[in-house]
Design a protein around this ligand. Structure first.
Ligand code: PMP
Length: 383
């Protein structure tokens, strides 16, 4: 039988597949539950067992905090997908990529004795701002959009976050500020969400298991770093912050990545891309009929991994309210479709936008699509 799950507010029944009519559908979080059925199909071969006495010590037998096998599996996977240049790179692990974002900002801020300005291009992933502000360091401040900065200011240590494909809008992005220290957040640079156009060849490239295999709860991310001094300062940050990533987590990541590497990624990427592509086709087509709402335009591009042109398959819909002048777009969508999205203002983009997640379970997506269809059809009956 199917496992009993904890249902959210919109679902009920043993397997959480029965809709609760009129409920508020939460599409705020980028929880990657759409990959659950994939792992159900590979349940036995990707299971791990840990006895009580296993992996108790702080370090591995060689004194390191990083599993050698996992290190090697990550390099093998990048060699297969060709999404990043791994030559001569140092590898560091984090509790999700979230921890690595902070470690990278810390390390790069020490490149100069003057406080660094942390920036990103609007719309940007909200954690860059909230984490930088939370840490409230004298060594760096979040300064918002790259377009607000003086580009010829060579005396400032700019730390620029580049998210490609971008969260929320799925666009492939390049750094904007010349001479800035850059942190490339490549959470979504996998065939599920994006064409692989070329291997990224940058100083700091950050990835996460959360979006690759969908195991967000394992809290595992990694960064590939070109410069030894930058790497060593990140290692020091990790040592003092959490003293590395749980060995249980590393074991789980190893088992999952061994599976992906063994199949040369094909099964997982086929499932991931197939699902996200279908969802995008359905949602973008629905919103095409609307005068009130629009979504980001994404074009088909050649993917070196698939060796073909591929249609878009983003993780999020970045919806714009075309007509509401005063009311927040997120409030319009919540009020009329009973869908919780993430407000555009959190991404530095203002009230006219809302982000809707497309990565939840199939039932969740079907429910979301029905509500968006209804929202658009109401528009037609009103006009
Ligand atoms: N970067 C981006 C662009 C993300 O969307 C996310 C997750 N939503 C993260 C980083 C952090 O993910 P995690 O800490 O689970 O690795």
């Amino acid at each position: 039988g199917k496992p009993v799950c904890e249902c959210n507010a919109c679902f009920t029944g043993l397997d959480c597949s029965q809709s609760v009519p009129g409920c508020i559908l939460d599409a705020d979080s980028g929880n990657p539950i759409y990959l659950e059925p994939y792992w159900m199909q590979h349940a036995a071969s990707t299971a791990i067992v840990l006895s009580g006495w296993h992996r108790m010590g702080y370090e591995y037998d060689d004194g390191s905090l990083i599993s050698k096998e996992l290190h090697s599996e990550i390099f093998k996977l990048h060699d297969i997908v060709k999404n990043v240049n791994t030559t001569g790179r140092y590898l560091i692990f984090g509790a999700g990529s979230t921890q690595l974002l902070g470690a990278a900002v810390h390390s790069l801020s020490l490149e100069s004795s003057q406080p660094a300005k942390v920036v990103a291009s609007v719309p940007y992933y909200p954690v860059y701002k909230s984490q930088t502000e939370l840490l409230d360091s004298t060594m760096y401040k979040f300064m918002g959009d790259t377009s607000l900065q003086n580009k010829s200011d060579s005396s400032t240590n700019f730390i620029e976050f580049v998210t490609s494909p971008n969260n929320p809008d799925g666009q492939l992005k390049k750094a904007v500020l010349e001479g800035s220290n850059k942190i490339h957040d490549l959470a979504y640079y996998w065939p599920h969400y994006s064409p692989i156009v070329a291997p990224v060849d940058e100083d700091i490239a950050i990835f996460t298991l959360s979006k690759l295999t969908g195991h967000a709860g394992s809290r595992f991310g990694w960064a590939l770093i070109k410069d030894k001094a930058v790497y060593e300062r990140m290692v020091k940050y990790m040592d003092l912050n959490t003293y590395g990533v749980a060995r249980e987590t590393q074991l789980r990541a190893l088992k999952l990545l061994q599976h992906v590497v063994q199949g040369r990624g094909n099964d997982l990427f086929e499932f991931g891309y197939g699902t996200m592509k279908r969802r995008w086709e359905l949602l973008s087509k629905t919103l095409e009929a609307s005068q009130r709402f629009s979504v980001q335009h994404l074009s088909s591009q050649y993917c070196t991994f698939l060796d073909s042109y591929r249609t878009p398959s983003p993780a999020f819909a970045w919806i714009k309210c075309e007509q509401e002048d005063d009311e927040e777009c997120s409030k319009v969508v919540l009020g009329e479709a009973k869908v919780i999205g993430r407000a555009g203002s959190l991404f530095g983009a203002g009230n006219g936008y809302v982000r809707i997640s497309l990565t939840d379970s199939q039932d969740h997506f079907n429910n979301l699509l029905n509500r968006m269809k209804k929202l658009v059809s109401q528009e037609r009956t009103q006009s």
